[in-house]
Design a protein around this ligand. Sequence first.
Ligand code: G1P
Ligand code: ZN
Length: 540
Amino acid sequence: MIKNISTTPFEGQKPGTSGLRKKVTVFQQPHYAENFIQSIFDSLQGFTGKTLVIGGDGRYYNREVIQTAIRMAAANGFGRVLTARGGLLSTPAASHLIRKYGAFGGIILSASHNPGGPDGDFGIKYNAGNGGPAPEKLTGEFFANTKKISSYKISDAADCNLDKLGASEIEGMTVEVIDPVSDYQKLMETLFDFDAIRALFKSGFRIRFDAMHAITGPYGHAILEDALGAPKGSVVNGTPLPDFGGHHPDPNLVHAKALYDLMMSAKGPDFGAASDGDGDRNLIIGKNQFVTPSDSLALLAANAHLAPGYSKGLAGVARSMPTSCAVDRVATKLGIKSFETPTGWKFFGNLLDAGMITMCGEESAGTGSNHVREKDGLWAVLLWLNILAKRRQSVADIVKEHWAEYGRNYYSRHDYEEVDADAANRLMKFLRDKLPSLKGEKAGALAVATADDFSYHDIVDGSDTANQGIRIIFDDGSRVIYRLSGTGTAGATLRVYIEKYEAKVLGLETQAALSDLIGFARGLASIAERTGRTEPTVIT
Ligand code: G1P
Ligand code: ZN
Protein backbone atom coordinates (compact mmCIF):
# COMPACT_ATOMS: atom_id res chain seq x y z
CA MET A 1 0.00 0.00 0.00
CA ILE A 2 1.18 3.51 -0.79
CA LYS A 3 1.27 5.88 2.15
CA ASN A 4 1.49 9.62 2.37
CA ILE A 5 3.55 10.44 5.44
CA SER A 6 3.47 13.98 6.76
CA THR A 7 6.78 15.55 7.59
CA THR A 8 8.44 18.88 8.30
CA PRO A 9 10.88 20.94 6.20
CA PHE A 10 14.64 20.85 6.75
CA GLU A 11 17.74 22.22 5.11
CA GLY A 12 18.97 19.73 2.52
CA GLN A 13 21.62 19.75 -0.16
CA LYS A 14 23.12 23.18 -0.76
CA PRO A 15 22.70 24.25 -4.38
CA GLY A 16 25.80 23.50 -6.42
CA THR A 17 27.11 20.72 -4.16
CA SER A 18 27.30 17.19 -5.49
CA GLY A 19 24.77 15.58 -3.18
CA LEU A 20 23.71 15.71 0.44
CA ARG A 21 26.54 14.57 2.68
CA LYS A 22 26.10 14.24 6.44
CA LYS A 23 26.99 12.00 9.33
CA VAL A 24 25.20 8.62 9.34
CA THR A 25 23.54 9.66 12.61
CA VAL A 26 21.95 12.63 10.83
CA PHE A 27 20.59 10.39 8.07
CA GLN A 28 19.23 8.02 10.73
CA GLN A 29 16.87 10.68 12.09
CA PRO A 30 13.24 9.84 11.34
CA HIS A 31 12.12 10.97 7.85
CA TYR A 32 15.54 12.49 7.02
CA ALA A 33 16.55 10.39 4.00
CA GLU A 34 12.89 10.17 2.94
CA ASN A 35 12.56 13.97 2.98
CA PHE A 36 15.55 14.39 0.74
CA ILE A 37 14.55 11.66 -1.71
CA GLN A 38 11.04 13.14 -1.99
CA SER A 39 12.57 16.60 -2.51
CA ILE A 40 14.52 15.14 -5.42
CA PHE A 41 11.46 13.43 -6.94
CA ASP A 42 9.39 16.62 -6.51
CA SER A 43 11.94 18.49 -8.67
CA LEU A 44 11.74 15.98 -11.55
CA GLN A 45 9.12 15.90 -14.25
CA GLY A 46 7.96 13.19 -16.60
CA PHE A 47 9.41 10.12 -14.90
CA THR A 48 6.18 8.14 -14.55
CA GLY A 49 6.77 4.62 -15.86
CA LYS A 50 10.49 5.30 -16.45
CA THR A 51 13.61 3.61 -15.08
CA LEU A 52 15.58 4.78 -12.04
CA VAL A 53 19.03 3.38 -11.28
CA ILE A 54 19.74 2.99 -7.54
CA GLY A 55 23.03 1.87 -6.03
CA GLY A 56 25.68 2.79 -3.55
CA ASP A 57 29.24 2.25 -2.41
CA GLY A 58 28.36 -0.29 0.29
CA ARG A 59 29.02 1.98 3.23
CA TYR A 60 27.11 1.64 6.49
CA TYR A 61 23.37 2.40 6.04
CA ASN A 62 23.57 1.70 2.28
CA ARG A 63 21.11 -1.22 2.36
CA GLU A 64 18.55 0.55 4.49
CA VAL A 65 18.42 3.66 2.28
CA ILE A 66 18.32 1.56 -0.91
CA GLN A 67 15.20 -0.18 0.38
CA THR A 68 13.69 3.20 1.29
CA ALA A 69 14.53 4.64 -2.13
CA ILE A 70 12.98 1.62 -3.89
CA ARG A 71 9.76 1.92 -1.86
CA MET A 72 9.60 5.64 -2.59
CA ALA A 73 10.34 5.21 -6.31
CA ALA A 74 7.42 2.76 -6.48
CA ALA A 75 5.12 5.10 -4.58
CA ASN A 76 6.07 8.04 -6.78
CA GLY A 77 5.33 6.20 -10.02
CA PHE A 78 8.62 5.03 -11.52
CA GLY A 79 8.13 2.01 -13.78
CA ARG A 80 11.36 0.20 -13.02
CA VAL A 81 14.27 0.33 -10.60
CA LEU A 82 17.57 -1.05 -11.78
CA THR A 83 19.92 -1.96 -8.96
CA ALA A 84 22.84 -4.31 -8.48
CA ARG A 85 23.59 -7.27 -6.27
CA GLY A 86 23.91 -6.14 -2.66
CA GLY A 87 22.85 -2.66 -3.82
CA LEU A 88 26.49 -2.17 -4.78
CA LEU A 89 27.41 0.11 -7.67
CA SER A 90 30.48 2.24 -8.15
CA THR A 91 29.66 5.81 -9.13
CA PRO A 92 31.06 5.40 -12.68
CA ALA A 93 29.24 2.05 -13.11
CA ALA A 94 25.98 3.73 -12.04
CA SER A 95 26.63 6.51 -14.55
CA HIS A 96 27.15 3.88 -17.24
CA LEU A 97 23.94 2.00 -16.36
CA ILE A 98 21.89 5.22 -16.56
CA ARG A 99 23.28 5.85 -20.04
CA LYS A 100 23.21 2.28 -21.33
CA TYR A 101 19.64 1.52 -20.25
CA GLY A 102 18.28 4.99 -21.07
CA ALA A 103 17.22 5.51 -17.46
CA PHE A 104 15.50 8.72 -16.41
CA GLY A 105 18.20 9.20 -13.79
CA GLY A 106 19.83 7.59 -10.80
CA ILE A 107 20.20 7.83 -7.06
CA ILE A 108 23.72 7.12 -5.83
CA LEU A 109 24.36 6.55 -2.15
CA SER A 110 27.88 7.54 -1.20
CA ALA A 111 30.00 10.02 0.69
CA SER A 112 32.84 9.33 -1.75
CA HIS A 113 36.18 9.19 0.06
CA ASN A 114 34.83 10.17 3.49
CA PRO A 115 35.05 7.55 6.27
CA GLY A 116 32.08 5.21 6.78
CA GLY A 117 30.59 3.18 9.62
CA PRO A 118 28.00 4.11 12.28
CA ASP A 119 29.97 7.26 13.17
CA GLY A 120 31.10 7.99 9.62
CA ASP A 121 29.52 9.85 6.75
CA PHE A 122 26.70 9.02 4.39
CA GLY A 123 25.42 10.74 1.28
CA ILE A 124 22.74 10.77 -1.38
CA LYS A 125 23.09 12.29 -4.80
CA TYR A 126 21.03 12.40 -7.95
CA ASN A 127 22.42 11.90 -11.45
CA ALA A 128 20.46 12.97 -14.49
CA GLY A 129 19.69 11.06 -17.69
CA ASN A 130 23.09 11.87 -19.22
CA GLY A 131 24.62 9.92 -16.34
CA GLY A 132 26.19 12.98 -14.73
CA PRO A 133 25.67 14.82 -11.43
CA ALA A 134 22.52 16.94 -11.27
CA PRO A 135 23.11 20.40 -12.76
CA GLU A 136 22.97 23.44 -10.51
CA LYS A 137 19.44 24.34 -11.62
CA LEU A 138 18.23 21.00 -10.28
CA THR A 139 20.26 21.01 -7.05
CA GLY A 140 18.82 24.46 -6.43
CA GLU A 141 15.32 23.00 -6.72
CA PHE A 142 16.17 20.08 -4.42
CA PHE A 143 17.28 22.63 -1.83
CA ALA A 144 14.17 24.76 -2.22
CA ASN A 145 11.96 21.67 -1.88
CA THR A 146 13.67 20.49 1.31
CA LYS A 147 12.72 23.81 2.85
CA LYS A 148 9.02 23.45 2.08
CA ILE A 149 8.36 19.71 2.09
CA SER A 150 5.26 18.62 4.02
CA SER A 151 4.83 14.97 3.08
CA TYR A 152 6.44 12.07 1.24
CA LYS A 153 5.10 9.02 -0.57
CA ILE A 154 6.29 5.55 0.33
CA SER A 155 5.10 1.98 -0.13
CA ASP A 156 4.81 -0.25 2.91
CA ALA A 157 5.88 -3.33 0.90
CA ALA A 158 8.44 -5.74 2.34
CA ASP A 159 12.18 -5.40 1.62
CA CYS A 160 13.38 -6.52 -1.83
CA ASN A 161 15.93 -9.32 -1.92
CA LEU A 162 18.99 -7.44 -3.13
CA ASP A 163 21.19 -10.52 -3.06
CA LYS A 164 19.36 -12.48 -5.74
CA LEU A 165 19.74 -11.55 -9.41
CA GLY A 166 16.46 -11.15 -11.27
CA ALA A 167 13.22 -9.20 -11.29
CA SER A 168 10.49 -8.73 -8.72
CA GLU A 169 7.63 -6.28 -8.35
CA ILE A 170 6.42 -3.75 -5.82
CA GLU A 171 3.29 -1.61 -6.32
CA GLY A 172 3.39 -2.53 -10.01
CA MET A 173 6.98 -1.30 -10.38
CA THR A 174 9.66 -3.76 -11.52
CA VAL A 175 12.80 -4.08 -9.41
CA GLU A 176 15.64 -5.64 -11.35
CA VAL A 177 18.77 -6.77 -9.55
CA ILE A 178 21.69 -7.12 -11.98
CA ASP A 179 25.36 -8.00 -11.70
CA PRO A 180 27.25 -4.85 -10.67
CA VAL A 181 30.35 -5.55 -12.77
CA SER A 182 29.37 -7.08 -16.10
CA ASP A 183 28.02 -4.02 -17.98
CA TYR A 184 30.95 -1.94 -16.78
CA GLN A 185 33.43 -4.62 -17.79
CA LYS A 186 31.91 -4.81 -21.29
CA LEU A 187 32.35 -1.05 -21.64
CA MET A 188 36.01 -1.27 -20.59
CA GLU A 189 36.54 -4.04 -23.18
CA THR A 190 35.45 -1.61 -25.92
CA LEU A 191 37.93 1.05 -24.78
CA PHE A 192 41.09 -0.88 -23.98
CA ASP A 193 43.29 -3.48 -25.60
CA PHE A 194 42.64 -6.36 -23.19
CA ASP A 195 44.88 -8.71 -25.21
CA ALA A 196 47.85 -6.36 -24.90
CA ILE A 197 47.30 -5.96 -21.15
CA ARG A 198 46.96 -9.75 -20.77
CA ALA A 199 50.29 -10.15 -22.58
CA LEU A 200 51.84 -7.57 -20.26
CA PHE A 201 50.82 -9.56 -17.16
CA LYS A 202 51.95 -12.77 -18.85
CA SER A 203 55.41 -11.25 -19.30
CA GLY A 204 55.76 -10.99 -15.51
CA PHE A 205 54.56 -7.40 -15.01
CA ARG A 206 53.07 -7.01 -11.51
CA ILE A 207 50.37 -4.74 -10.11
CA ARG A 208 48.94 -4.02 -6.68
CA PHE A 209 45.48 -2.52 -6.72
CA ASP A 210 44.24 -1.36 -3.31
CA ALA A 211 40.44 -1.23 -3.28
CA MET A 212 40.54 0.17 0.28
CA HIS A 213 37.68 -2.17 1.37
CA ALA A 214 35.42 -0.04 -0.79
CA ILE A 215 33.38 -0.46 -3.95
CA THR A 216 36.08 -1.24 -6.52
CA GLY A 217 37.04 -4.59 -4.96
CA PRO A 218 34.59 -6.69 -7.01
CA TYR A 219 35.43 -4.74 -10.18
CA GLY A 220 39.17 -5.17 -9.57
CA HIS A 221 38.90 -8.91 -8.93
CA ALA A 222 36.75 -9.48 -12.03
CA ILE A 223 38.62 -7.25 -14.47
CA LEU A 224 42.26 -7.16 -13.32
CA GLU A 225 42.58 -10.70 -11.99
CA ASP A 226 39.95 -12.82 -13.78
CA ALA A 227 39.81 -11.11 -17.19
CA LEU A 228 43.31 -9.68 -17.55
CA GLY A 229 45.27 -12.35 -15.75
CA ALA A 230 46.96 -10.38 -12.98
CA PRO A 231 47.92 -12.99 -10.35
CA LYS A 232 45.35 -13.62 -7.59
CA GLY A 233 46.20 -11.38 -4.69
CA SER A 234 47.02 -8.43 -6.96
CA VAL A 235 43.83 -6.78 -5.69
CA VAL A 236 44.08 -6.12 -1.96
CA ASN A 237 41.38 -5.01 0.49
CA GLY A 238 38.98 -6.21 -2.19
CA THR A 239 35.91 -6.93 -0.08
CA PRO A 240 33.63 -3.90 0.39
CA LEU A 241 33.03 -3.36 4.12
CA PRO A 242 30.42 -1.04 5.69
CA ASP A 243 33.13 0.80 7.64
CA PHE A 244 35.89 0.34 5.02
CA GLY A 245 37.75 -1.73 7.60
CA GLY A 246 38.02 1.36 9.81
CA HIS A 247 40.10 3.13 7.18
CA HIS A 248 39.60 6.37 5.32
CA PRO A 249 38.92 5.34 1.69
CA ASP A 250 40.76 8.28 0.20
CA PRO A 251 43.49 7.19 -2.23
CA ASN A 252 46.15 9.74 -1.37
CA LEU A 253 49.64 9.51 0.06
CA VAL A 254 48.34 9.76 3.62
CA HIS A 255 45.55 7.18 3.55
CA ALA A 256 47.17 4.84 1.02
CA LYS A 257 50.55 5.08 2.73
CA ALA A 258 51.06 1.30 2.84
CA LEU A 259 50.75 1.15 -0.95
CA TYR A 260 53.09 4.10 -1.33
CA ASP A 261 55.70 2.55 0.98
CA LEU A 262 55.52 -0.73 -0.92
CA MET A 263 55.95 1.02 -4.26
CA MET A 264 59.01 2.86 -2.96
CA SER A 265 60.62 -0.37 -1.69
CA ALA A 266 62.79 -2.84 -3.58
CA LYS A 267 60.15 -5.59 -3.33
CA GLY A 268 57.35 -3.47 -4.77
CA PRO A 269 55.52 -4.45 -7.97
CA ASP A 270 55.78 -2.50 -11.25
CA PHE A 271 52.55 -0.61 -10.82
CA GLY A 272 50.44 0.47 -7.84
CA ALA A 273 46.98 1.96 -7.86
CA ALA A 274 44.08 2.61 -5.52
CA SER A 275 40.54 3.90 -5.72
CA ASP A 276 38.22 5.62 -3.24
CA GLY A 277 34.96 4.78 -1.44
CA ASP A 278 32.71 4.98 -4.50
CA GLY A 279 35.31 4.16 -7.16
CA ASP A 280 35.57 7.43 -9.01
CA ARG A 281 39.05 8.51 -7.86
CA ASN A 282 42.42 6.99 -8.64
CA LEU A 283 45.93 6.98 -7.24
CA ILE A 284 48.76 5.97 -9.56
CA ILE A 285 52.24 5.03 -8.32
CA GLY A 286 54.97 3.40 -10.38
CA LYS A 287 57.99 1.66 -8.91
CA ASN A 288 59.79 4.52 -7.11
CA GLN A 289 57.62 7.00 -8.99
CA PHE A 290 54.52 8.69 -7.60
CA VAL A 291 52.50 10.29 -10.39
CA THR A 292 50.58 13.40 -9.33
CA PRO A 293 46.98 13.38 -10.57
CA SER A 294 47.72 16.50 -12.61
CA ASP A 295 50.69 14.81 -14.30
CA SER A 296 48.64 11.65 -14.77
CA LEU A 297 45.98 13.61 -16.65
CA ALA A 298 48.65 15.12 -18.92
CA LEU A 299 50.31 11.75 -19.50
CA LEU A 300 47.02 10.00 -20.25
CA ALA A 301 46.08 12.73 -22.71
CA ALA A 302 49.46 12.50 -24.44
CA ASN A 303 49.28 8.69 -24.74
CA ALA A 304 45.54 8.04 -25.08
CA HIS A 305 45.87 7.21 -28.79
CA LEU A 306 47.53 3.92 -27.74
CA ALA A 307 44.14 2.66 -26.50
CA PRO A 308 41.54 1.55 -29.07
CA GLY A 309 38.80 3.75 -27.56
CA TYR A 310 40.88 6.87 -28.19
CA SER A 311 42.88 5.88 -31.27
CA LYS A 312 41.26 8.63 -33.35
CA GLY A 313 42.59 11.29 -30.97
CA LEU A 314 40.94 13.60 -28.48
CA ALA A 315 38.40 16.30 -29.36
CA GLY A 316 39.67 18.46 -26.50
CA VAL A 317 40.59 18.21 -22.82
CA ALA A 318 39.51 19.98 -19.65
CA ARG A 319 40.91 20.44 -16.17
CA SER A 320 39.53 22.11 -13.06
CA MET A 321 41.11 25.48 -12.32
CA PRO A 322 43.29 24.33 -9.39
CA THR A 323 44.61 21.35 -11.40
CA SER A 324 48.13 21.98 -12.69
CA CYS A 325 48.55 23.34 -16.20
CA ALA A 326 50.55 20.29 -17.36
CA VAL A 327 47.70 19.04 -19.57
CA ASP A 328 47.49 22.44 -21.30
CA ARG A 329 50.96 21.86 -22.72
CA VAL A 330 49.89 18.49 -24.13
CA ALA A 331 46.79 20.08 -25.66
CA THR A 332 48.90 22.76 -27.34
CA LYS A 333 51.13 20.10 -28.85
CA LEU A 334 48.13 18.04 -30.00
CA GLY A 335 46.51 21.16 -31.44
CA ILE A 336 43.36 20.76 -29.34
CA LYS A 337 41.68 23.03 -26.82
CA SER A 338 42.15 22.76 -23.05
CA PHE A 339 39.24 24.12 -21.01
CA GLU A 340 39.62 25.43 -17.45
CA THR A 341 36.51 24.84 -15.32
CA PRO A 342 35.56 25.35 -11.66
CA THR A 343 36.19 22.51 -9.22
CA GLY A 344 33.68 19.64 -9.45
CA TRP A 345 32.82 17.13 -12.12
CA LYS A 346 29.53 18.63 -13.24
CA PHE A 347 31.23 21.40 -15.22
CA PHE A 348 32.86 18.79 -17.47
CA GLY A 349 29.47 17.24 -18.27
CA ASN A 350 28.32 19.96 -20.65
CA LEU A 351 31.63 19.92 -22.55
CA LEU A 352 31.49 16.12 -22.80
CA ASP A 353 27.83 16.15 -23.90
CA ALA A 354 28.64 18.78 -26.54
CA GLY A 355 31.54 16.66 -27.85
CA MET A 356 34.02 19.48 -27.16
CA ILE A 357 36.24 17.36 -24.93
CA THR A 358 37.06 13.66 -24.72
CA MET A 359 39.06 13.60 -21.49
CA CYS A 360 39.14 15.62 -18.30
CA GLY A 361 40.48 15.57 -14.78
CA GLU A 362 41.10 17.18 -11.44
CA GLU A 363 44.08 17.46 -9.12
CA SER A 364 42.03 15.64 -6.48
CA ALA A 365 42.64 12.30 -8.23
CA GLY A 366 39.66 12.31 -10.55
CA THR A 367 40.21 11.47 -14.20
CA GLY A 368 37.69 10.43 -16.80
CA SER A 369 36.45 10.58 -20.35
CA ASN A 370 33.33 10.68 -22.46
CA HIS A 371 32.59 6.98 -21.73
CA VAL A 372 30.55 8.01 -18.66
CA ARG A 373 29.68 11.33 -17.01
CA GLU A 374 31.60 10.79 -13.77
CA LYS A 375 35.26 10.45 -13.02
CA ASP A 376 36.33 6.84 -13.11
CA GLY A 377 39.08 5.31 -10.99
CA LEU A 378 39.39 1.89 -12.59
CA TRP A 379 39.17 3.41 -16.07
CA ALA A 380 42.30 5.47 -15.30
CA VAL A 381 44.09 2.35 -14.05
CA LEU A 382 43.16 0.44 -17.22
CA LEU A 383 44.25 3.29 -19.49
CA TRP A 384 47.59 3.36 -17.68
CA LEU A 385 47.91 -0.42 -18.10
CA ASN A 386 47.06 -0.12 -21.80
CA ILE A 387 49.76 2.52 -22.24
CA LEU A 388 52.30 0.46 -20.29
CA ALA A 389 51.40 -2.62 -22.35
CA LYS A 390 52.09 -0.73 -25.57
CA ARG A 391 55.16 1.25 -24.51
CA ARG A 392 56.78 -1.49 -22.41
CA GLN A 393 58.67 1.08 -20.34
CA SER A 394 58.54 1.65 -16.59
CA VAL A 395 56.18 4.30 -15.18
CA ALA A 396 59.25 6.25 -14.04
CA ASP A 397 60.74 6.29 -17.54
CA ILE A 398 57.45 7.35 -19.11
CA VAL A 399 57.08 10.18 -16.57
CA LYS A 400 60.66 11.36 -17.06
CA GLU A 401 60.36 11.33 -20.84
CA HIS A 402 57.17 13.36 -20.51
CA TRP A 403 58.87 16.00 -18.34
CA ALA A 404 61.83 16.13 -20.70
CA GLU A 405 59.47 16.83 -23.57
CA TYR A 406 57.00 19.22 -21.94
CA GLY A 407 58.78 20.52 -18.84
CA ARG A 408 57.57 19.79 -15.32
CA ASN A 409 54.78 21.43 -13.35
CA TYR A 410 55.86 20.96 -9.73
CA TYR A 411 52.62 20.79 -7.83
CA SER A 412 51.28 20.34 -4.32
CA ARG A 413 48.04 20.89 -2.41
CA HIS A 414 48.12 21.91 1.25
CA ASP A 415 44.90 21.30 3.16
CA TYR A 416 44.03 22.89 6.50
CA GLU A 417 41.15 20.71 7.64
CA GLU A 418 38.43 21.46 10.17
CA VAL A 419 39.48 25.04 10.78
CA ASP A 420 37.06 27.53 12.25
CA ALA A 421 34.55 28.42 9.51
CA ASP A 422 34.39 32.13 10.39
CA ALA A 423 38.16 32.42 10.39
CA ALA A 424 38.32 30.68 7.01
CA ASN A 425 35.70 32.99 5.54
CA ARG A 426 37.51 36.03 6.90
CA LEU A 427 40.75 34.79 5.32
CA MET A 428 39.09 34.44 1.92
CA LYS A 429 37.50 37.87 2.22
CA PHE A 430 40.86 39.38 3.13
CA LEU A 431 42.40 37.87 -0.02
CA ARG A 432 39.50 38.97 -2.18
CA ASP A 433 39.85 42.55 -0.94
CA LYS A 434 43.58 42.41 -1.55
CA LEU A 435 43.35 41.24 -5.19
CA PRO A 436 43.68 44.66 -6.85
CA SER A 437 46.98 45.40 -5.07
CA LEU A 438 48.74 42.07 -5.62
CA LYS A 439 50.33 42.74 -8.99
CA GLY A 440 54.12 42.92 -8.69
CA GLU A 441 54.31 41.23 -5.22
CA LYS A 442 57.37 39.00 -5.01
CA ALA A 443 57.80 35.31 -4.17
CA GLY A 444 61.57 34.75 -4.39
CA ALA A 445 62.51 35.69 -7.94
CA LEU A 446 58.92 35.56 -9.17
CA ALA A 447 56.47 38.45 -9.38
CA VAL A 448 52.66 38.34 -9.44
CA ALA A 449 51.36 39.00 -12.94
CA THR A 450 47.60 38.66 -12.40
CA ALA A 451 45.26 37.88 -9.51
CA ASP A 452 41.53 37.22 -9.60
CA ASP A 453 38.63 35.35 -8.05
CA PHE A 454 38.06 32.67 -10.69
CA SER A 455 34.77 32.80 -12.55
CA TYR A 456 33.57 30.58 -15.36
CA HIS A 457 31.38 31.14 -18.34
CA ASP A 458 29.91 27.88 -19.65
CA ILE A 459 29.88 28.19 -23.43
CA VAL A 460 27.49 25.26 -23.75
CA ASP A 461 24.59 26.42 -21.58
CA GLY A 462 25.55 30.09 -21.21
CA SER A 463 25.62 29.99 -17.39
CA ASP A 464 28.10 31.93 -15.26
CA THR A 465 29.67 30.71 -12.02
CA ALA A 466 31.56 33.17 -9.83
CA ASN A 467 33.77 33.09 -6.70
CA GLN A 468 35.49 29.82 -7.52
CA GLY A 469 38.80 30.49 -5.81
CA ILE A 470 41.52 33.11 -5.45
CA ARG A 471 43.95 32.62 -8.32
CA ILE A 472 47.35 34.27 -8.24
CA ILE A 473 49.44 33.80 -11.37
CA PHE A 474 53.13 34.73 -11.51
CA ASP A 475 55.07 36.03 -14.47
CA ASP A 476 56.46 32.55 -15.35
CA GLY A 477 53.05 30.84 -15.13
CA SER A 478 53.55 29.61 -11.54
CA ARG A 479 50.38 29.79 -9.47
CA VAL A 480 49.09 29.99 -5.92
CA ILE A 481 45.39 29.24 -5.46
CA TYR A 482 43.19 29.39 -2.37
CA ARG A 483 39.70 27.98 -2.04
CA LEU A 484 37.41 26.56 0.62
CA SER A 485 36.29 22.97 0.25
CA GLY A 486 32.65 22.38 -0.60
CA THR A 487 32.61 18.75 0.51
CA GLY A 488 33.75 18.73 4.15
CA THR A 489 31.27 17.86 6.90
CA ALA A 490 32.98 19.61 9.86
CA GLY A 491 34.17 23.24 10.07
CA ALA A 492 35.92 24.57 6.98
CA THR A 493 38.77 23.15 4.95
CA LEU A 494 41.14 25.65 3.39
CA ARG A 495 42.90 24.31 0.32
CA VAL A 496 46.04 26.02 -0.94
CA TYR A 497 47.33 24.83 -4.32
CA ILE A 498 50.91 25.63 -5.30
CA GLU A 499 52.37 25.14 -8.75
CA LYS A 500 55.69 26.02 -10.36
CA TYR A 501 56.63 25.36 -13.94
CA GLU A 502 60.21 24.32 -14.74
CA ALA A 503 61.40 23.69 -18.29
CA LYS A 504 64.81 22.27 -17.38
CA VAL A 505 65.41 21.41 -13.69
CA LEU A 506 63.27 18.31 -13.49
CA GLY A 507 64.54 16.21 -10.57
CA LEU A 508 63.92 18.34 -7.47
CA GLU A 509 61.91 17.25 -4.43
CA THR A 510 58.46 18.83 -4.81
CA GLN A 511 58.14 20.77 -1.54
CA ALA A 512 61.67 22.11 -1.95
CA ALA A 513 60.97 23.19 -5.53
CA LEU A 514 57.88 25.04 -4.28
CA SER A 515 59.34 26.52 -1.09
CA ASP A 516 59.34 30.19 -2.15
CA LEU A 517 55.74 29.95 -3.29
CA ILE A 518 54.69 28.06 -0.14
CA GLY A 519 56.23 30.79 2.01
CA PHE A 520 54.47 33.42 -0.09
CA ALA A 521 51.10 31.65 0.19
CA ARG A 522 51.29 31.29 3.97
CA GLY A 523 52.52 34.82 4.53
CA LEU A 524 50.08 36.58 2.24
CA ALA A 525 47.03 35.00 3.89
CA SER A 526 48.54 34.95 7.43
CA ILE A 527 47.41 31.34 7.59
CA ALA A 528 49.04 30.56 10.95
CA GLU A 529 47.66 33.66 12.64
CA ARG A 530 44.18 33.25 11.23
CA THR A 531 43.71 29.49 11.59
CA GLY A 532 46.03 28.69 14.48
CA ARG A 533 47.76 26.12 12.24
CA THR A 534 51.45 26.36 11.46
CA GLU A 535 51.35 23.33 9.15
CA PRO A 536 48.69 21.88 6.85
CA THR A 537 46.79 18.78 8.00
CA VAL A 538 47.36 17.01 4.70
CA ILE A 539 49.93 17.64 1.99
CA THR A 540 49.37 15.93 -1.32
C1 G1P B 1 36.75 17.86 -3.62
C2 G1P B 1 37.81 18.00 -4.68
C3 G1P B 1 37.17 18.25 -6.03
C4 G1P B 1 36.15 17.15 -6.32
C5 G1P B 1 35.17 17.02 -5.18
C6 G1P B 1 34.22 15.85 -5.37
O1 G1P B 1 36.00 19.02 -3.53
O2 G1P B 1 38.72 19.02 -4.37
O3 G1P B 1 38.16 18.32 -7.00
O4 G1P B 1 35.45 17.42 -7.49
O5 G1P B 1 35.88 16.81 -3.96
O6 G1P B 1 34.89 14.64 -5.45
P1 G1P B 1 36.28 20.15 -2.43
O7 G1P B 1 36.26 19.49 -1.09
O8 G1P B 1 37.65 20.69 -2.73
O9 G1P B 1 35.20 21.16 -2.65
ZN1 ZN C 1 34.55 9.44 -4.90
